[in-house]
Design a protein around this ligand. Structure first.
Ligand SMILES: [Zn+2]
Length: 437
């Protein structure tokens, strides 16, 4: 919750606060003021009490400070380092230190080109797919999609229609490799994963590799890209030939946090004359507050549905509009849709004991060749899941890069995820409700 409020842009912070409820916040603030008042009025200063309580803090704070210094020396990541205060000395001081570092953070690492590609990339041929579109959804849960068997509401009529006409293949049993945006999105577009967190900043990402193989690259986003929460994907976006986001290069085209605002830009950029084009479209999708993510059209279409289902319906409609424009302007293209992570509807994501629901993402491909629908099945993890870290293998192939088959086999053996506590887990052992002490 702290991250969702302090580590994001003002709109999302407001939206998240709104989802907690104003009365709850008001009661919390009043209790805090009352406590301060009573302490000031009745508490007496006693030196031995101060010394005694101070002594009990030496170990947890000492540990937090040592950990903080270690990480700070190695990586200079202030917020990741202050996270140790929250972990080892939770409570008012630990959480406040963390919160302040989130708000003050201005580590907007510049998008400086890299020299080296990952060693798993072996060979380059001309691009195999002329136009590649990747739409990255937000907080989208597969269980709420008609295309995944959800019966209560018809949330995805347009995509279902394309499935029925054999234009789209749905990837069953897919899961994300993280439960928050800032970890998940880099796993799609770079060699960064749970066990290789340095690779986002030390190697060429897929945007750079696309450019190296003569693609013109576009990043069109209703999400932002600066500040602690958003920088990992904002950083990636700025390698593109053309970037527009809710907080970047949006003066003329009026891109903001409404996904609809992207459509005119997408139409214009689909008409670009370059032969090879790579598009990333990063949408707000179903981020809390869900009722911000729906239009009257979705409410009219699903009047009895909750706001979350209506937001899935809205994303379905936007995807259909993107596909219609691609059919007209691009003709020859392949589209991958994946959510960054899923959502526990009504609760959120990045929840420590939230379990598997926040990982079950929808993934599908519009792939006339069927090559990539088949490839998905071939590169599934040995545990049967299609995982987010596999997206890069699909995309690298589309871009005309050969990958060492041994590297893919290696990725299949382990199913590793980066959880919101910053720790790495095997997917079968992620923290769930029963791990809560
Ligand atoms: Zn997200």
């Amino acid at each position: 919750m702290l991250q969702a409020i302090a580590g994001t842009n003002p709109h999302e912070a407001q939206s998240t606060l709104g989802s907690i409820g104003i009365p709850a916040i008001a009661i919390f603030v009043m209790l805090f003021i009352a406590q301060c008042y009573l302490s000031w009025k009745f508490a007496r200063f006693r030196l031995y009490m101060l010394l005694f309580t101070g002594l009990t803090l030496v170990y947890p704070y000492g540990r937090a400070i040592v950990k903080f210094c270690q990480l700070q020396t190695a990586h200079h990541l202030i917020t990741e380092s202050t996270n140790f205060f929250r972990a080892y000395a939770p409570g008012t001081v630990g959480d406040t230190v963390y919160l302040v570092s989130l708000i003050m953070n201005d580590e907007n690492i510049a998008a400086t080109p890299h020299q080296n590609a990952d060693s798993m990339v072996t060979n380059k041929v001309p691009g195999r797919v002329k136009n590649i579109i990747v739409v990255v959804g937000e907080s989208d849960l597969a269980d709420r999609h008609t295309i995944y068997g959800y019966k209560k509401q018809n949330t995805t009529p347009n995509i279902q229609n394309l499935v029925d006409h054999d234009r789209i293949c749905v990837v069953k049993d897919a899961h994300s490799s993280a439960d928050m945006t800032r970890y998940a999105v880099p796993m799609i577009f770079s060699f960064y994963d749970a066990d290789h967190q340095d690779k986002l900043y030390s190697e060429k990402n897929l945007i750079e590799l696309a450019k190296d193989n003569n693609y013109k690259t576009f990043w069109i986003a209703s999400q932002d890209g600066r500040g602690q929460y958003s920088r990992p994907f904002g950083y990636l976006s700025e390698f593109s030939n053309y970037v527009t986001r809710q907080d970047y290069n949006n003066k003329e085209n009026h891109v903001d946090w409404h996904d609809e605002s992207l459509l005119p830009v997408i139409k214009e950029k689909f008409a670009d004359q370059s032969e090879y084009k790579f598009f990333v479209i990063h949408i707000i999708g179903s981020h809390v507050n869900y009722s911000d993510d729906v239009t009257q059209e979705d409410i009219d279409a699903l009047p009895k549905a909750d706001a979350y289902d209506q937001s899935v319906h809205r994303t379905d409609r936007i995807l259909n509009q993107i596909i219609n424009m691609a059919d007209t302007e691009l003709k020859d293209y392949t589209l991958l849709y994946t959510s960054d992570h899923a959502e526990i509807v009504g609760v959120g994501h990045a929840i420590q004991y939230g379990g598997y629901t926040q990982y079950r993402i929808p993934v599908f491909l519009l792939d006339e060749s069927k090559k990539y629908c088949q490839m998905v099945e071939n590169i599934r993890n040995n545990d049967g899941y299609y995982t987010e870290v596999m997206d890069k293998f699909l995309l690298l192939d589309m871009l005309g890069y050969d990958v060492n088959p041994a590297a893919i086999e290696e990725t299949k053996v382990q199913d590793r995820i980066l959880h919101s506590d910053g720790k790495t887990y095997d997917y079968k052992n992620i923290p769930t409700e029963k791990d809560r002490k």
